[in-house]
Design a binder for this molecule. Sequence first.
Ligand SMILES: N[C@@H](CCC(=O)N[C@@H](CS)C(=O)NCC(=O)O)C(=O)O
Length: 207
Amino acid sequence: MKIKIVYFDFNFWRVDILRLSLAYGNIAYEYERIPRSNWINFKKNYPFEQLPVMNIDGNEYCHTHSLAIFCSSISNLYDSNLENQLIINQVIDWANEITYRIAHSIREKDEEKSKKLRKVFIQKDLFSWFGFLEQFYRNNSKNAFFTGKLSIADITAWRVIRWFTCGKLDQIPNDFIKDFPNLYEFYNKMGNDKKFTNLKEFKEIMN
Ligand SMILES: N[C@@H](CCC(=O)N[C@@H](CS)C(=O)NCC(=O)O)C(=O)O
């Protein structure tokens, strides 16, 4: 199978969970990065005019959740048990939900308006949506993983926590995750998995 992933020239959870999952499963892929500044010239070439896109044996596929299920299935990081599939899918949906909510402040070009939108996001959504995941993890996890063994759910939650704690999101303190002790512990444990941390994709994300 010939796989190519297309995304912008920056790291983001939507593409990174696909790459981390394939790499963890030792599955080779090509990676095409499109300069964000040039996107207007490329946008119309893609089925939903958004990235990430995956080209698999000459056919194009889109939407992070669908692509994550595909990548994790071939990497043995999805699950054949239907209840575990529901757990995994909800974590990916959570990642989409919190992304939609912070996106307003990221997309806003006017600096003052963007600051206000970020403040609203922090007051209204940041703590409640991380609180939802904390409770979800507490209710479902076993052996420190969402489904009892490493899956794309853990990779997704880890990558989104990394995004929110990397210090690049204005007004969000790096250590806010400490308010969610279960997620904080989960995040640190993922960083101790040598197979995971030795991936070149992991190193790129952490740099
Ligand atoms: N429904 C898509 C959303 C993807 C998305 O929002 N992609 C953003 C980058 S993270 C994008 O392509 N933005 C450029 C645009 O919409 O023109 C998915 O699940 O992957």
